[in-house]
Design a binder for this molecule. Sequence first.
Ligand code: BTN
Length: 267
Amino acid sequence: MDSSFHKQITQVATHLKKKGFPYTIQGFNELDSTNGKAKELALAGVHENTVVVAQIQKKGRGRFERTWESPPGGLYFSLILRPKGPADQMTMIPLIAGLAVTKAIRSLFQLPSMIKWPNDVRIHGKKVAGILLEGETKQDQVHYVIVGVGVNVNNPVEQLPIQLQATATSLIRERGTRVDYGLFFESVLSAFHEEFIRFEQGDVSSLLSSWKTYSDTLGKRVKIKTVSGDIVGEAVDIDCSGFLVVLTDDGEQKIVTSGDCLYVDEL
Ligand code: BTN
């Protein structure tokens, strides 16, 4: 049992409660995946806004069946939501999560974090955080959504696998000093809650405009790897569902609902 980790988590929970945020936090020294644990809890009927956080993950999961390296020092958590409303309105949630992490990094550390569609968070062109959404629907209604967030906080980039070292960064690397893990966690959850309220109130246009402020995707030449093939062109907009609008070389506007977004100038 790592008492300093649990002390920090208890402190985060106390602060959030005092400020009126709805989260209940369950902390674990080690899990295979916080998303996996959150799914188990969601299926067992745990209430929404339960947050599962682990000090390390043994089998952290990334998008597209990748693994998410999860050594000590990083922030790994999953938030269980049970949003009311049709499943097709949930496509904004990944963007909300990316925006929340970006805002927390900017407000606490004044670092120029940016969002790569749909929700990679990058600083100086290197990935600092990733988000994995998983969920289940029942008759077009959402049963649960799990928002899994991984951030390289105080874990040294040099300890990540060699193939990630050129493209990944961490907050400690960007700041040059250690980061207050608890304060950062609290700030991400607070920012998420604020953005999520905007979404629930139907204020999608102001959400999108914040997202665009911090996105480094629009205006770039992109290659999106989708299940039905690659789409290459200029990223010109985000629509009201959070989908990427790409202007292809033959002048067609394609709406990309999901895929792995690569910047052509980084290939
Ligand atoms: C990505 O590929 O960019 C998404 C990475 C998401 C990683 C986080 S860490 C917490 C949560 N639990 C997991 O197993 N994955 C997500």
